[in-house]
Design a protein. Sequence first.
Lengths: 310, 83
Amino acid sequence: MVFPISGAHISPLYLIVIGFVVGVLGGFFGVGGSFLAGPALYGLGLPMNFVVGTDLAHIVGKSIVAARKHRTLGNIDMKLGLIMVVGTIIGVEAGAQAIQALKSTAHLDLAVGSMFIVVLLAISSFMTWESIKTLMAQRRARATGQLAPGMHPSGRDQSAISHYALRIQAIRLPPYVSLPDSGIPRISLWVILGVALFGGFFSGFLGGGAGYIRMPCFVYLLGIPTHVAVGTDLFEVIISAGYGTVTHALKGNVDILIALVMHTGAAVGAQIGATLTQFFGGPRIRMAFIPLPLIGAIIVLHGLMARGKF
Amino acid sequence: MTSKPNSSVSLRYFLLELAFYAALVMGYFLLVLNFLGHWLLTLYNSNRGLYAFLALALMIVQGFGLEMVTRSLAGWLDPRRED
């Protein structure tokens, strides 16, 4: 079937299945799923600028559903999410402008695709290392009966590298804010805005909500408990994807028909994924996340090679 | 890992919900593609600003709409289920 806005020939059934799978994964990991949705759309033949913009549009509807579920579970730090809005919007616009600049050249596919591959491989590698380290620390702690370094007093969410987050929280750069819902007594506002800007740029440049950037930053740099990071990231995805949809649509990069079709599958998948987080602890969620960016990178690489761009 | 809920009953209701939902979805997107496709293309080509905000509005409305449908289906098929 032809989608007239982008001119792409794609089966609606493929879009619904992709949306469903991405929805489940997105609701479970607290990310929009663009690390799979974007590559999947590119693999189906959608032009790269439409991949970025359309994925953003698709993420908005899905994230609203999943975020509402996480709000009922008490997983959203609203204060943190609202503080990040300004940095996120600036970052998204910067990314969108970069896409517009590349559209006038012949390097859009290669630039965005290469950035996608590098980012996804880096995330997967880092989370593999951190998850293994955390689980080893847990086993040692169980064997000795003592609290492992970085272990949360509740015993439910541990990160082996939380001392980095403590150092970042100790940065003396006023003004400061407190995040009681995340258990952070004080942190520099500029650190939060920096994370927002960073995540926003990737959202505007690679599409989707950039949860694969933002959620790791929440957990490892800001020291936010994983379950709160999942919910708060979804809230922030709504902001970045919402603004990103408008700015990319103005630039002619959104095929809303494709987004609407994908979202029909994603809507029910997101509810299922969000419910599943009740049954797994923080380190296990992060470990299950590891293969997904790798799959996305392989799909993008295949798409670039198939189009003779690589 | 915490204890798992009773999965056999939940699976049956989930499959029922999925079947109803699939039928609704198929009818819905055929409607969208048939009636909105041409109009959205015209808007995309002639009034990009309105297209941009309408795109966002359609996704938000569909997001809430589909959630209401799934919640209603879940409550109808399994009234015991708490959300």
